[in-house]
Design a protein. Structure first.
Length: 43
């Protein structure tokens, strides 16, 4: 039971960390995409 609880907490921590990384990557991708789009529109 104790080990299972630890595994669950670790899995949740990993999932939250992955979600945060994905969110950051998504934000960077959106910003880079918008900048590229703006540059393409200008030139």
């Amino acid at each position: 039971m104790y080990v299972k609880k630890i595994e669950r907490s670790d899995s949740t921590k990993l999932q939250s960390a992955i979600c945060n990384l994905q969110f950051r990557l998504a934000g960077l991708g959106i910003t880079s995409y918008t900048t590229r789009n703006d540059k393409h529109g200008e030139g």
